[in-house]
Design a protein around this ligand. Structure first.
Ligand SMILES: [Zn+2]
Length: 168
């Protein structure tokens, strides 16, 4: 996967994804697997996504390396692996600053989902943040996870093929 850092994106939807992805020159993209430069469009796939109660299907671009033939999804740093929620919502849920009722209302989330998100974080990622001295409140959290840990926030399986692009 190739993760594009985009901390300034306010609303994550197909339009903002397309705007960011369209600016990326595939000819200059480096393959995370074999490090050769230059990628081609391979395919698109759908992913469910929920941002502030709005359910949507997002079409994600997948590129292929013409040298090693490995394919890589182009993802945004605001995505949280294995969930349909973006990082802002995820952090709000695990911060435990607001009462549960208002969180469920705000994000139109079920209690089961909220509990599962908190459980997953506690079990699989709270120790990662502690050992790396990263804070949930850090506004550069997603970038630090990508740069320092070579993982997306909440990514559980380590991926060998990982790279990231910094955008302004
Ligand atoms: Zn390659």
């Amino acid at each position: 996967m190739i993760v594009i850092n985009c901390p300034s994106v306010k609303i994550v939807d197909q339009k903002s994804y397309d705007l960011i992805i369209d600016e990326i020159e595939l000819a200059t993209l480096r393959c995370p697997n074999c490090t050769s430069v230059g990628m081609h469009v391979h395919a698109y796939y759908e992913r469910s996504f929920i941002s502030f109660g709005l359910k949507m299907k997002m079409v994600i671009k997948r590129v292929v390396c013409p040298i090693c033939y490995k394919t890589h999804a182009l993802l945004l740093s605001v995505f949280v692996p294995y969930t349909r929620y973006d990082i802002k919502i995820y952090l709000k849920v695990i911060e435990r600053e607001e009462d549960i009722e208002s969180l469920l209302d705000l994000f139109e989330m079920s209690l089961d989902t909220l509990k599962r998100m908190r459980r997953n974080f506690k079990k699989r990622w709270s120790y990662v943040l502690e050992s790396e001295r990263l804070l949930i409140k850090d506004s550069a959290l997603s970038l630090k996870c990508i740069k320092d840990l070579k993982r997306q926030f909440m990514q559980i399986h380590r991926q060998d093929c990982f790279s990231y692009i910094l955008t302004t």
